[in-house]
Design a protein. Structure first.
Length: 96
């Protein structure tokens, strides 16, 4: 699962560039699926705080009932989540 942190962070950072609307919808769907799987994975590992965080991210990024934050706020969210994923990748790498 850790192997997906960096590619997902890259997808989120690419949202800062002007892309077609379909790209953003694809990123939201892919992010939702990956975050939901991560939440389940952390549930199995009994790490409640990360399970809740990734579950909340799955709900935030889901493309079915869109959360209208505006482009600027979505950029902030994308960068913050990407930085968090990269930090978690390196933190987890040293632990395992």
């Amino acid at each position: 699962m850790r192997k997906l942190y960096i590619p997902l962070a890259a997808l989120l950072l690419l949202c800062l560039a002007p892309m077609p609307y379909g790209y953003y919808t694809l990123v939201r769907f892919v992010s939702m699926v990956i975050f939901a799987v991560m939440a389940y994975d952390y549930h199995k590992k009994e790490q409640a705080s990360l399970m809740v965080a990734f579950g909340a991210l799955a709900l935030l990024f889901q493309p079915f009932v869109k959360v209208a934050l505006g482009r600027c706020m979505w950029n902030v969210v994308d960068v913050a989540v990407a930085i968090g994923l990269i930090a978690l990748f390196f933190r987890r790498e040293n632990v395992e």
